[in-house]
Design a protein around this ligand. Structure first.
Ligand code: AMP
Length: 595
C-alpha cells in the first residue's frame, strides 16, 4: 500500500454517515451550553454523570439494550441491560446511604474489570460520592499513598486483593471507614473489619433518587504521576459529563447501534471517561474483556463480538504489530468501522498498520488526566495526517506558546502564531471536563495557568501546529532534547527507528555531552526473531541517519530486552535517562512490573 502523508477518507471508512463532516462549520456553531442541552439534567439545574449515563436510558427506549457485556476465558458472558444497570446502581447507592456515606465523601475502587466495579462507580456518582479508580495491579505502597492523599472513606475491592495488598497497610489509612469486598474465584474469605458487598446489595432496595449534583460539584478524583513528589490528585466535576458526551459524538463517532470496545483499564482516566461513561451516554453496548492482552484473543474478540468502534492505545497496537501480519490475516473485521488510539504518540507506522491489518486507519487523539476528555483528535470529519494527533474538537481552543522570562514563580507565555514552530501546547480554559484543582495543592494547580486572566491552561506537552491546523506531538516538556542548538523531539526519532523492521520498541533520551549539550541516545528492544549484534546496530543507525539526518539521528544505540513502561503503557524515558546517568530512579510506583 502506498504510504502517503495524508489518508483521505473513503466511503468505506464512513459507514454509517459520521456525525459531522464540516470541521470549520461545526466549530463555529458549537457552544458548550448547546452541548449540555443534549443531556437531560436534573431538577434545580442539576447534572449528574451516573444519571445521564444510566437512568436517562433505563427509563426510555433503550431500557432493554445491553449496556455492558463482560467476557472472560472459560466463563459465560455476563450482560447488564440499561434497566438492570439502573437497578444495581440504585442498590449500590442505597448501600452507601445505609453506611452513612454521602455527597462529597470519597470512595476508591480497586479491582479488575468486574461488574461490581462498574456498578460501584456509577452508583457512587448517583449518590454524589466522589470516586477514585485505582489500577488493580498497583502494589500496597501506591494504593495506600493514594487512599491517604485522597482521604478515602470507602474502598471497594476483592477479597484476594484485600488480603494481598491492603490488609497490611490498613493502619496507614485512618480515613478508611468501610471496606466492601467482592468474592473472587467463587469462594469468599471473610476478613475482620470488612463487609461483604453481595450481602449488602441483597439487602438494599431498588429505588433511589439520584442526588441533584451541580455542574461544579466534585465527581471523580484521578491520580496522575508527576516527575517529582507524590502523585497529584486531579479533581473533576459532574459537569464533565458534557465533554464526555460531546467527545463521544465528535471524536469517537458513537451511534446507538454501535458495539464498542475501549481496551483501557478503568484504573486509568481513559478507562473511566471512555471505558465507562462516554459509551453509556451514547446508549451503546460496551464490551469489557476481563483478560489481559493476548494478540490472538484480541483479534478474535474484534471479529466475533462484531466490534464497530474500537478505542485502544499505541502500546497495544505495537504489540499486535509485533505478533505479525499473518495472525491479523487469519481474521476479518467486516463490522469494524472506526478505530481510535490515545495515551502516547502513535507512530505513522501504526496508523498505516491499521489500514493494512484492520482495513481502517487509526485515529490518534490527544488528552490527559487534567483535561478529563479528548481535546485534539483525528476524527471522521477530516483526513488523517499519520503521525499527527489531529485538530482541536469543537469547543476546544488549542494553541502553541513559548515561555518568556518569568519575574516570579508564575509562568509567562506568548502565543506562537507561526506554523511548525515548537512550543508548549496550551488550551483556553473553560471546557466542562477541565480539572478544578490538584487535591490539597493549590500552588501546583495555579502554576498550570498563564496568559490574560490566567485563562490559558499549560499542558506540559511540547507540540507544533502545522499550516492546516493539525497538531504534532513533540514530547513532554521535560523530555525534549537540545542538541547543538536544535530541539529534537524524541518521538520523531522513535518513529523513525520504529520503521526499521527489527525494532519493536524505541525510547530516546538526551544524554549530556559537553560540546553540543546533549546527544541523542536510543534504547531499543527487538522484535521476536532478531538478535542484537554490532552489524544490526550499525544497520539501524544508518537507517536513522538516512531518515533523520546526522544532526538528529541517535549517536548511540543500546539494546534492551524490553523498555521500562508505566502501567498505562508509556515508555519511561525519565527512568532510561536516570539509569543511563546513574542517577536515583525517583518514583517508580507506576513502573510496569514494579512496586
Ligand atoms: P495521562 O494524564 O496519564 O493520560 O497522560 C497524558 C499525557 O500522555 C499527555 O500529556 C501526553 O504527554 C501523552 N499523550 C496522550 N495522548 C497522546 C497522543 N495522542 N500523542 C502523544 N502523547 C500523548
Amino acid at each position: 500500500m502506498e504510504r502517503t502523508t495524508v489518508i483521505h477518507k473513503t466511503p468505506a471508512n464512513l459507514r454509517p454517515a459520521p456525525h459531522w463532516s464540516d470541521f470549520e462549520g461545526a466549530r463555529r456553531n458549537f457552544s458548550w451550553d448547546l452541548a449540555r442541552d443534549a443531556l437531560q439534567g436534573l431538577p434545580g439545574g442539576g447534572i449528574n454523570i451516573g444519571f445521564e449515563a444510566v437512568d436517562r436510558h433505563a427509563g426510555g427506549a433503550l431500557r432493554d439494550r445491553v449496556a455492558l457485556r463482560f467476557v472472560a476465558r472459560n466463563a459465560t458472558p455476563l450482560e447488564l441491560s440499561y434497566a438492570e444497570l439502573a437497578r444495581q446502581t440504585n442498590r449500590f447507592a442505597n448501600v452507601l446511604r445505609s453506611l452513612g456515606v454521602g455527597q462529597g465523601d470519597h470512595l476508591f475502587v480497586l479491582a479488575g474489570r468486574i461488574p461490581e466495579l462498574y456498578v460501584a462507580v456509577l452508583g457512587a456518582l448517583k449518590n454524589g460520592t466522589v470516586v477514585t479508580p485505582m489500577f488493580s495491579a498497583f502494589g500496597p505502597e501506591p494504593i495506600a499513598t493514594r487512599i491517604k492523599l485522597g482521604a478515602g472513606q470507602v474502598l471497594v475491592t476483592t477479597d484476594l486483593i484485600y488480603q494481598r495488598k491492603v490488609k497490611q497497610m490498613r493502619s496507614q489509612m485512618p480515613s478508611l471507614r468501610h471496606v466492601l469486598l467482592v468474592a473472587e474465584d467463587g469462594g469468599f474469605t471473610f476478613e475482620p473489619d470488612t463487609l461483604d458487598l453481595a450481602t449488602l446489595m441483597h439487602e438494599a432496595t431498588d429505588e433511589f433518587t439520584t442526588v441533584s449534583t451541580q455542574a461544579d460539584d466534585p465527581a471523580l478524583l484521578h491520580f496522575t504521576s508527576g516527575t517529582t513528589g507524590t502523585p497529584k490528585g486531579a479533581v473533576h466535576v459532574h459537569g464533565a459529563v458534557v465533554t464526555h458526551h460531546a467527545t463521544g459524538h465528535y471524536a469517537l463517532d458513537l451511534h446507538p447501534d454501535d458495539r464498542y470496545w475501549c481496551t483501557a483499564d478503568p484504573g486509568w482516566v481513559t478507562g473511566t471517561s471512555y471505558g465507562i461513561i462516554a459509551p453509556l451516554l451514547h446508549g451503546v453496548t460496551s464490551l469489557i474483556d476481563r483478560e489481559e492482552f493476548d494478540a490472538e484473543r484480541w483479534y478474535t474478540l474484534l471479529e466475533q463480538e462484531r466490534i464497530t468502534v474500537w478505542y485502544t492505545a499505541p502500546t497495544a497496537i505495537r504489540m499486535l504489530m509485533k505478533a505479525g501480519a499473518d495472525l491479523a490475516r487469519q481474521h476479518h473485521f467486516p463490522a469494524l468501522r472506526f478505530v481510535a488510539s490515545v495515551g502516547e504518540p502513535l507512530n505513522p507506522e501504526a496508523v498505516w498498520w491499521g489500514q493494512e491489518a484492520l482495513g481502517l486507519p487509526i485515529h490518534d487523539n490527544w488528552w490527559q488526566t487534567e483535561t478529563g476528555g479528548i481535546m485534539i483528535a483525528n476524527t471522521p470529519a477530516f483526513d488523517i495526517k499519520p503521525g499527527s494527533m489531529g485538530r482541536p474538537l469543537p469547543g476546544v481552543d488549542a494553541f502553541i506558546v513559548e515561555h518568556l522570562e518569568a519575574q516570579d514563580e508564575a509562568p509567562r507565555v506568548r502565543v506562537i502564531d507561526t506554523p511548525d514552530v515548537e512550543g508548549e501546547l496550551a488550551l483556553k480554559a473553560g471546557w466542562p471536563s477541565m480539572f478544578r484543582g490538584y487535591l490539597n495543592n493549590e500552588a501546583r494547580y495555579r502554576k498550570c495557568f498563564a496568559g490574560p486572566d490566567n485563562a490559558w491552561y499549560l499542558t506540559g506537552d511540547l507540540a507544533r501546529r502545522d499550516a492546516d491546523g493539525y497538531f504534532w506531538f513533540v514530547g513532554r516538556a521535560d523530555d525534549v532534547i537540545k542538541s547543538a542548538g536544535h530541539l529534537i523531539g524524541p518521538f520523531e526519532v522513535e518513529s523513525a527507528l520504529m520503521e526499521h523492521p527489527a525494532v519493536a520498541e524505541a525510547g530516546v533520551i538526551g544524554k549530556p555531552e559537553p560540546v553540543v549539550g546533549e546527544v541523542v541516545k536510543a534504547f531499543i528492544s527487538l522484535k521476536d526473531g532478531y538478535q542484537a549484534s554490532e552489524s544490526l546496530r550499525m544497520d539501524i543507525s544508518a537507517h536513522a541517519r538516512r531518515r533523520l539526518g546526522a544532526a538528529v539521528a541517535p549517536k548511540e544505540i543500546a539494546f534492551l530486552p524490553s523498555l521500562p513502561r508505566t502501567r498505562s503503557g508509556k515508555i519511561m524515558r525519565r527512568l532510561l535517562k536516570a539509569r543511563e546517568l546513574g542517577l536515583p530512579e525517583g518514583d517508580t510506583s507506576t513502573l510496569e512490573g514494579g512496586a
